[in-house]
Design a protein around this ligand. Structure first.
Ligand SMILES: [Zn+2]
Length: 319
């Protein structure tokens, strides 16, 4: 009998899910908005409804499902299957989500964080195919990542490896970060932090096209910065250069520890364009010890919106 897998990607704003066959062909997808106030039991009910909807849409019976993988925006105790600290979805902190979901679905369940799932997806089916080791990095609202070492997702001793967004890169700049540190790369070079910096500069009197594109100070985001960048606006250039400098330091630090220099990058901020990525790469090259002997490979993530559900499904072990 054919067997099927479900991957569920729980994000801060959306829950997406997909049903896959044994060859990882996607047969059905489903999504809904995420309510960040949901209590754990209510979230479980939402996820169970996704499983039912997908089975119905793909025309299969639930007994043909062999497992569910689910990814969360959270630090995770991988061994125990517990969400330790969830960004923005506070009712889920310290919740044993794996056992709760397994009981509700009567199926085996694997969980991980979104960035690890995305790293797995890009390695198995996206831009990282064929590389024995790679680092996945996403620059969006936050900065996150996942490590593939010798073909396997590396979770570290507790499931918390690959939190590259919190690598410490400066003691003189940045905004307070959820990790408790001001000066981690996320506190300076995430989309949110870069937009915040642009807003501050304009508040202090800088003239910039960014404000024209955003309309008001409070609406300044990286879309407005990107548009001004294309006009050659000096503040937009400064914001992007500054972000690229700290992201380059982050890639350099990762490389120093792991001696891995295949970097797959994704996330909304990357849409700023090739120029932004080239500035990050140039910074990395300026610092890197391995570069003169072993030039790095930077490749753009390929899987787009489906990265999360593919990665979640790949958490379910194949026979
Ligand atoms: Zn941080």
């Amino acid at each position: 009998m054919k067997q099927y897998i479900i991957g569920i990607d729980v994000g801060g704003t959306n829950v997406r899910s997909g049903l896959f066959d044994e060859e990882m062909r996607c047969l059905a997808t489903h999504h809904c908005a995420m309510d960040q106030e949901l209590e754990p039991e209510e979230l479980i009910a939402v996820l169970a409804s996704h499983v039912r909807e997908l089975s119905k849409a793909a025309g299969i019976e639930e007994r043909q499902l062999c497992g569910v993988g689910a990814a969360f925006p959270s630090y995770i105790d991988y061994e125990k299957g517990v969400l330790l600290e969830t960004s923005n979805i506070f009712p889920l902190n310290n919740v044993p989500i794996r056992s709760m979901l397994a009981e509700a679905l009567q199926l085996p369940v694997w969980i991980d964080n979104n960035a690890n799932a995305a790293a797995l997806a890009e390695h198995r089916m996206g831009a990282g195919r064929g590389y024995p080791s790679m680092v996945y990095a996403t620059v969006a609202t936050g900065v996150g990542g996942g490590l593939i070492l010798n073909g396997e997702l590396y979770r570290g001793m507790h499931g918390m490896a690959g939190e590259i967004g919190h690598i410490f890169v400066s003691d003189s700049t940045g905004y307070p970060c959820g990790c408790g540190v001001t000066g981690c790369v996320q506190s300076i070079a995430s989309g949110t932090s870069m937009a915040h910096y642009a807003m501050e500069q304009i508040q202090e009197g800088a003239e910039s096209r960014i404000l024209d594109y955003a309309g008001t100070l409070s609406k300044i985001d990286m879309v407005a910065v990107g548009k001004a960048l294309r006009d050659g606006d000096p503040l937009a250039v400064e914001v992007v250069d500054r972000g690229a400098e700290y992201l380059g330091r982050m890639f350099h630090s990762i490389n120093l520890i792991l001696d891995v220099n295949v970097f797959v990058y994704g996330g909304g901020v990357i849409k700023l364009g090739d120029e932004f990525v080239q500035r990050i790469i140039a910074t990395y090259r300026r610092y890197s010890l391995t570069e003169p002997y072993f030039p790095a490979t930077f490749v753009k993530a390929e899987l787009g919106d489906r990265t999360g559900i593919i990665g979640a499904a790949l958490l379910v072990p194949r026979e």
